[in-house]
Design a protein around this ligand. Structure first.
Ligand SMILES: Cc1cc2nc3c(=O)[nH]c(=O)nc-3n(C[C@H](O)[C@H](O)[C@H](O)COP(=O)(O)OP(=O)(O)OC[C@H]3O[C@@H](n4cnc5c(N)ncnc54)[C@H](O)[C@@H]3O)c2cc1C
Length: 477
């Protein structure tokens, strides 16, 4: 029998039967293991893979893909499963390839400030490894994500305002293609003008074009001085205007995060933050040499004063600073704890800096009009912000949340922005692809997908909407 004459479940079973002897106990059909790989951290319905394989090398990933491609069996790469848009849910079943055991740091080139890691290394593990080198890797999404998963979702975090996103911090990749061929892309240099940029084609491809097994990343020197400050405002407009002016003045801020009154209330309760009010708040981090930090602080203090902000509350000791940023990184859990039992649905719009005030104040009004509790938190220096829409059980609440999400995205698009600054497309944002990309761009994306994965085995049903099946989702705000 050939793969053409079999049903999809039969092809998947055939691929599993061929792979099972090679992977022994590292191929699991255990329902609880499959359940762990049926979802990320988002709210989407679980979709179970038929099996999970824990890969340990590029060669093993290549072997799995060669077999799955021959049987036309779907595969879904899995890093840490922290993605929020339904990216890892195996909507057509198949094999989930878990890369978390590919967790070795392969080389550190301290003199060139770069290193090579296997895709399953987490950012926290890499930074622990680098502690004695005086170097660090700056891309910091809130979850304990793998670097392969971060590449695949084009992730960023609080450090992007100074150091850029994963896109700016990846120099090269090892990628296994759908047919099992292994491709090396990129060099250990800061720039290269040699041909198509396949490294960055893979960044943000969400496991639909290839499986990343190794990553060459840029590193940065740990700054001599770090200081964190918190500043509070009576109005959201003053808080946002401060962020806009800090960016427009070109202050090389280390981190700058906005929390609205509701988010601050949730954080004060969840992280037991003392001495703060539940009002619009900005968390700053200043980084650099002592003199440079003094200059940055003076400039930002002036801007804050002009916008009627409070005096800075400082955290200069490492422990205090860590506590403050831990509270910032825990905002998602703080939101879920704010309305126990509710579902949290995250939005991820981004706009150009000059449109931020219109965007955030507009979104706040949209939220109030919707009757949904939805704290706002923003990587505000990038123009990116999230709301976590908290809804009780019931289809009508889910529909209200989707309507609010659409409204926020429509507003962002009308201001020249994008539906997702960092969480990616997955299942949840797929309907907005035609709002953001014209028909020609979508055709080019489909041609690339077809060229690299003609049998459509790599994370099927994600990122790219089917032709003509998806009318535009957004109406202008
Ligand atoms: C509390 C919380 C806070 C978060 N904050 C942020 C934030 O600030 N910024 C941000 O950007 N994101 C954030 N996220 C989302 C999430 O952490 C990121 O999307 C992260 O990059 C996902 O990495 P992962 O290893 O968990 O990937 P997974 O969830 O396992 O996979 C994500 C996607 O990548 C694919 N994939 C995984 N590994 C590979 C690989 N090696 N090769 C090819 N494809 C692969 C998967 O198939 C899937 O499509 C947050 C999530 C949580 C839960």
């Amino acid at each position: 029998m050939t793969s053409q004459t079999l049903t999809v479940p039969q092809r998947i079973d055939a691929a599993i039967a061929e792979l099972a002897p090679h992977f022994a106990e590292r191929l699991s059909r255990n329902p609880s293991v499959c359940e762990q790989h049926a979802h990320g951290e988002g709210y989407h319905a679980r979709h179970f893979p038929h099996a999970v394989i824990f890969a340990q090398s590029t060669q093993e990933v290549s072997q799995i893909l060669r077999v799955c491609n021959a049987w036309r069996a779907p595969v879904v790469p899995f890093g840490a499963g922290t993605s929020l848009e339904g990216q890892v849910n195996a909507i057509e079943g198949g094999i989930s390839i878990d890369l978390s055991r590919m967790d070795k740091v392969l080389e550190v080139n301290a003199g060139d400030m770069d290193c090579r890691v296997q895709a399953g290394v987490t950012r926290q593990a890499l930074n622990a490894y680098l502690r004695d080198e005086g170097l660090f890797f700056p891309v910091d999404p809130g979850g304990e994500a793998t670097i392969g998963g971060m590449c695949a979702t084009r992730a960023s975090g609080t450090g992007a305002v100074r150091y850029g996103t994963i896109r700016e911090n990846v120099l090269g990749l090892t990628v296994v293609l759908a047919d099992g061929r292994v491709m090396q892309v990129g060099r250990r240099v800061r720039k290269s003008a040699m041909g198509y940029d396949l490294t960055h084609l893979m960044i943000g491809s969400e496991g639909t074009l290839g499986i990343i097994t190794e990553v060459q990343v840029r590193l940065h020197g740990v700054p001599e001085t770090l200081a964190a400050a918190v500043c509070q405002f009576d109005t959201l407009a003053d808080c946002v205007n401060t962020a806009v002016q800090v960016m427009q003045m070109g202050v090389p801020i280390g981190r700058m995060e906005l929390l609205d009154d509701v988010q601050m209330d949730a954080c004060i309760r969840f992280s037991k933050l003392e001495g703060f009010r539940p009002v619009p708040t900005m968390f700053f981090e200043f980084a650099g040499g002592p003199e440079a930090v003094r200059e940055q602080v003076a400039l930002v203090e002036d801007i804050v004063a002009e916008n009627h902000g409070s005096a800075f509350t400082w955290s200069t000791r490492e422990q205090e600073r860590a506590e403050l940023w831990k509270a910032r990184h825990a905002v998602y859990w703080a939101c879920l704890a704010y309305r126990p039992g509710y579902t949290g649905i995250s939005t991820d719009a981004i706009v150009p800096i000059s449109a931020l005030t219109d965007m955030i104040l507009g979104a706040k009004k949209d939220i109030e009009d919707s009757g949904i509790t939805a704290p706002i938190v923003g990587h505000i220096g990038d123009g990116n912000f999230h709301t976590v829409m908290l809804v009780p059980e019931g289809e009508d609440w889910l529909a209200k949340a989707h309507a609010l999400d659409r409204r926020i995205i429509a507003r962002a698009l009308s201001l020249g922005g994008s539906a997702s600054g960092e969480h990616g497309v997955g299942l949840a944002k797929m309907e907005f692809m035609p709002d953001e990309h014209d028909a020609v761009a979508l055709d080019v994306m489909r041609a690339i997908k077809h060229a690299l994965d003609p049998n459509g085995i790599l994370n099927p049903g994600k990122l790219l909407p089917a032709v003509a099946a998806h009318p535009k989702a957004c109406q202008p705000a």
